[in-house]
Design a protein around this ligand. Structure first.
Ligand SMILES: [Fe+2]
Length: 239
């Protein structure tokens, strides 16, 4: 089964100040006069967003293993679907299609639970792997700007990259009246580097000079935000 959440081949850009018509949609002219649909106004605020990164301890052995798994997977699945990734990539559900990716799934979910507890201070939240796909960029291949909304957390793990390959750029500047003053954050891929970020963050990869083999993923909460006790405690703290 394939996800259709972000199966898009167009850039995800939203720079309007209003959008849509919401509520009370009527089918007859008479009703339209009675109940006019509402329009949403959009204002923007800035907020620092965390991007977590680490080098996985046993990455040398892990990457040797994953490289073989990816090459074998590509041999069996040579064709990519059309998407914002302009390079070979496997299906969005590769973790379901091929159990050999499980060692990475385990590490990534462990890392998600770690940041959820440590950074977001939510002790009982657990994450599940919603999507996972492998990518192999050759020279000049790239990925268009996009986000992974509505997924909670997204990430990338670098399996086999060359030092001068294209970085991942978060929140690039767009001259669209909304993102003009963005302060992009750049991660230069390294073998063994795992990056995690809130799925709402936009990112892109410019045409690369050299090869980059990596695996991306999306994680969602498999359980609620926090336990009832935690929620009550939070409410008390919030006065
Ligand atoms: Fe992405």
């Amino acid at each position: 089964m394939e996800s259709n959440i972000w199966k898009t081949n167009k850039e995800s850009v939203f720079n309007e100040r209003t959008f849509g018509e919401w509520g009370n949609k009527s089918s007859t002219e008479e009703q339209v006069n009675i109940s006019k649909p509402s329009e949403f106004k959009i204002d923007y605020v800035s907020k620092p967003m965390p991007i977590f990164s680490t080098i996985i301890q046993d990455h040398v052995e892990l990457n040797k293993y994953l490289k073989e798994v990816i090459l074998e997977h590509r041999q069996n699945n040579p064709t990519s679907t059309e998407s914002n990734v302009k390079a070979w990539h496997s299906s969005w559900m590769t973790h379901n299609d091929n159990p050999k990716f499980q060692p990475l799934v385990d590490r990534v979910l462990d890392a998600c639970n770690f940041v959820s507890k440590g950074f977001f201070q939510c002790q009982s939240t657990e994450y599940m792997m919603f999507n996972l796909w492998a990518m192999m960029y050759e020279e000049s291949e790239h990925t268009l700007r996009h986000s992974h909304f509505p997924c909670d957390l997204s990430g990338c793990y670098y399996v086999d990259v060359e030092p001068d390959c294209a970085p991942i750029i978060f929140e690039p500047v767009l001259k669209d009246g909304v993102h003009d003053n963005n302060q992009p954050f750049i991660i230069q891929p390294k073998n063994g580097l795992l990056a995690l970020w809130p799925g709402i963050l936009h990112h892109e990869v410019k045409p690369t000079n050299s090869k980059r083999m990596c695996i991306s993923f999306n994680m969602d909460k498999s359980r609620g935000y926090c336990s009832r006790d935690e929620w009550i405690k939070g409410e008390q703290n919030n006065g």
